[in-house]
Design a protein around this ligand. Sequence first.
Ligand code: ADP
Length: 264
Amino acid sequence: EGDYEYQIKTGGSDELSELGREFNNLTQRLKNTEELRRRFVSDASHELKTPLASIRLLSDSIVNSDNMDGETMREFVTDIGNEAERLSRTTEKLLSLSKMDSGIGLSSDRLDLKHITEKTMHLLSPLAKEYHVNISTELERGCCILGSEDLVYRIIFNLAENGIKYNMPGGFVRIKLFRDSENVSLIVEDSGIGIPDEDLPHIFSRFYRVDKARSRDAGGSGLGLSIVYDAVRLHGGSVNVEKRESGGSRFVVIFPACPEEKPE
Ligand code: ADP
């Protein structure tokens, strides 16, 4: 009846006691899932509420002001546009997380990661220019995995975009791609502001942000890395983050490699 607090008292070691313990484990897991779901809905609502409140405030100011000059009006309308863009980015990310949860649209194509990384870097080069951050790549050939191109693109994009956003002018983002017989490794490292030790364990959680103000200014929602985490797991891989000794962060993604095609 949805009361997950209920626990069966178990004592013995017979099959019935074992069944009781399994029941208790199951209710505990259901309780955790329910809590996560609740927190997710509340975080998501909050995330959508903030830009909506700004839009409301800005539009009220325009409506209630009798003789607002053209320039101020344009400024307000531009801010409304920016908030609407933030909303659409957040909803797009939420949708992508929920698609992954339900496993919709997951394909298992043969993907050349060198090609996808090059395409992604091309798309990110205007942002890198804007932030005065230098991107460099060392990409081996033959780094092939089985998976969904769209998700792999998101993994690379989110990691590299963060490397640019959380950086300093004159800094760098370096992307390396190599393989051995079993795995393909993707390393995205940056010379940026780094992630404090106490935040490292939470960094892949949904809506988690180290510096909310900086993330908001950079248009972030705290969902990018959780998309990376889920997408990597769906490909049977792992993702870890570590501090670089000389400053900045290093994200290491390991995918199971798809077997090399043998020449006929
Ligand atoms: P956001 O949309 O806020 O960038 P992410 O899930 O991508 O969300 O990242 C979560 C938080 O982790 C960010 O808000 C930022 O504080 C921190 N972060 C992520 N990547 C980096 C990085 N390369 N360097 C420093 N901090 C980072």
